[in-house]
Design a protein around this ligand. Structure first.
Ligand code: PMM
Length: 332
């Protein structure tokens, strides 16, 4: 899943894809790099972020969802608002990615049930302006699994089918520190709960701290892509269904490696079983998780001929950086 943030202030790429034209071009480039899904969001969830008026969120995401869908992409909408989810599905989105797992809007479960769209329920305890204070856990893995199970119960009660649901541990959300690592190391426990699992580690704060310079300064967001790809490989090997990433090429390669590794471990000699894998789809190979049928990516996803496909993954140190847009942001 490639990230298309149509926001002026997301922590790692705020402002870079803020116009519809830039967002659509970026989405098409992510497709060309191997993304199976494009996650279009119009509201930043970086720590401390203020809420965006619903009219602004709709105006940001709808044209981009429409145009990427028309180009043949499988599109997801990253929103906590039921009205935005409904409008985005009407515009062609096949998945609703709700970082609040329905907690931010009581109407969300009903929209998911009525539309039949696939739905990512992420672990969440509060909005961006307060979430860093909501990190009181006993056993973080057990607490997250239990709180996600509560969300599943609410979804079921509203009529959502189990095969619509994907679970996400919500790395960085109400998890400002080291509590992200047990969630990754013990990912098989969440996978074992029987739903496809999405992992969103891309460029997050805990990777910045891991890669901190000797003086303790966290690595900046754009210098976290190689670590992100490493997480992708390990998460895919642990049975994750999908990873949500800003830089697709490295993670698409990592998914292929993990798929080949798993295939060989399972005694399959057909190496192509692994090397044909693309991000998102084959991360699920080898898991028993049910996959929402709506997420099967059309084989004929069209990528316009004029989309530039970089010969190599861009070196994040050389990527153009809008210093104003990224200054002072260490990320989720
Ligand atoms: N993280 C962010 C936004 N949306 N969605 C899911 N399902 N999981 C995540 O971990 C997640 C998300 C924050 O990152 P961004 O500011 O780069 O979009």
């Amino acid at each position: 899943m490639g990230v298309v943030n149509v926001t002026p202030d997301s922590f790692s790429d705020g402002g870079r894809w803020f116009t519809p034209d830039a967002a659509v071009a970026h989405g098409l480039e992510l497709l060309a790099q191997g993304a199976d899904l494009l996650d279009v969001g119009g509201e930043s969830t970086r720590p401390g972020a203020r809420r965006v008026p619903v009219e602004d969120e709709l105006a940001r995401v709808l044209p981009v969802v429409q145009r990427l869908t028309a180009a043949g992409a499988a599109v997801s909408v990253d929103t906590t608002r039921a009205v935005v989810a409904q409008a985005a599905v009407d515009a062609g989105a096949v998945l609703v990615n709700d970082v609040s797992g329905g907690l931010a809007d009581d109407a969300m479960a009903g929209v998911v049930a009525r539309t039949g769209a696939a739905y990512v329920a992420m672990h969440w305890r509060g909005h961006a302006d307060v979430m860093d204070e909501l990190d009181d856990y006993g056993d973080v893995v057990g607490d997250v699994r239990r709180e996600l199970a509560d969300r599943v119960a609410v979804l079921r009660a509203a009529g959502v089918r189990d095969d619509q649901v994907v679970l996400d541990p919500g790395l960085g959300f109400a998890k400002p520190g080291a509590s992200n690592w047990p969630l990754l190391a013990r990912l098989p426990e969440l996978v074992g709960d029987g739903f496809p699992v999405l992992v969103g580690a891309s460029r997050k704060r805990f990777l910045g701290h891991l890669l901190a310079r000797p003086d303790g300064e966290p690595a900046p967001p754009l210098a976290r892509d190689r670590a992100t790809a490493a997480v992708t490989a390990l998460a895919a090997a642990a049975g994750a269904w999908c990873v949500r990433v800003h830089e697709v090429t490295g993670s698409a390669d990592a998914v292929r490696v993990a798929a080949a590794w798993r295939a060989a471990g399972a005694g399959r000699t057909d190496a192509r079983a692994g090397t044909d894998a693309r991000a998102g789809t084959d991360a699920r190979a080898g898991t028993d998780a049910r996959v929402p049928a709506d997420l099967r990516v059309p084989a004929d996803v069209r990528v316009p001929a004029d989309v530039r496909v970089p010969a190599d993954a861009p070196d994040d140190q050389e990527m153009p950086v809008d210093e104003d847009a990224t200054a002072g942001r260490s990320g989720t």
